[in-house]
Write a protein that binds this ligand. Sequence first.
Ligand code: GAL
Length: 392
Amino acid sequence: MGQLCAALSLLLLYVTPKGFAQTSTVAATPPMGWNSWNHFAGKIDDATVRAQADAMVSSGMRDAGYVYVNIDDTWQGERDAQGVIHANSRFPDMKALADYVHGKGLKLGIYSSPGPKTCADFAGSYGHEEQDAQTYAAWGMDYLKYDLCSFGKIMETAGSPEAAHKLMIDAYEKMHKALLKPGRPMVYSLCQYGADAVWRWGASVGGNSWRTTGDISDKYSSMTQIGFGQAGLSKYAGPGHWNDPDMLEVGNGGMKLEEYRTHMSLWALLAAPLLAGNDLSTMQPETIALLTNREVVAIDQDSLGKQADRVWAEGTQEIWARRQADGSKAIGIFNRFDWPQDIEVDFAMLGFKRTGVKMRDVWAGKDIGRAAGKYTVHVPGHGVVLLKVTAW
Ligand code: GAL
């Protein structure tokens, strides 16, 4: 019986669409961790990355599920005569850094571009894909963010949108194949800002996630434009391959508490990668509380991997819901207005037609009783009430 199962799963591995062999071993749930860009941008170095890894452990984030410590753009130095990429002087020993991070039970990630230059004008992987994949594996990397950047210029020479599209797909596929060669499992994170409806083909080039939009900034308007703009993409997400509405801004200071709560709730409902983008070594307790809320993280990480849909919207009020493995639904009731509003939830519309529901207020961490039909919640300005609802 065991042998039969093994043979069947081997068969499945071969008959699944190309690319899924890479994705099946990593990112079964949306990747969680930290990335240097949103807070540190070009001011990132070995000591800062170590400090972030330390803080990921001491803050309790690791125990809440955050594992990837991802170095974004600006780590690159020069290529040597053989074309091998070296880190710049701010990263004296990548292998030692990886050992340090691994020693804490965490994983390390890195960044490159299919173009000759990254967005910050450092060396990209163009023409060196296999070499770079080997180097990352030898260093002990566990994650690659691959950012289109200057490859866009190459695409402009293609002559037609179709030819440009093919160039881009081929470039992402090329790095996917290169990453498979050294045999080290790595999350492959596509970043090309959602161009050419990447959600339709990202998984077929081995992507474990793909950015669906341009860059987020630490403002309510940016975060909500991106977050609420994800409607309709749920069918493309699932174990091993996720829509990525960009990294978190929680704790960076540009939004109010309720706005950051909206950010976390929406990203969890969207089954988005949860990559903190703040300085973990100087976090306030309320930031830690937002990032590590177990029940919110559990929604994001639910094993069914069903991204939420927008089930209802009226002006500045929106309701998003996702089905979870235990049969419950996670429901976010959002108020996009800047002062409080009462919002009515119609449970029949949410699929609870013949039953009443048991409700839990997720952020309050409290069961709040039963309801049948309709229920009204009071939602703070720019805020959310996040419910977990079960039929009874
Ligand atoms: C952008 C990308 C950002 C960051 C930046 C680095 O293209 O969307 O997330 O990686 O490049 O230069």
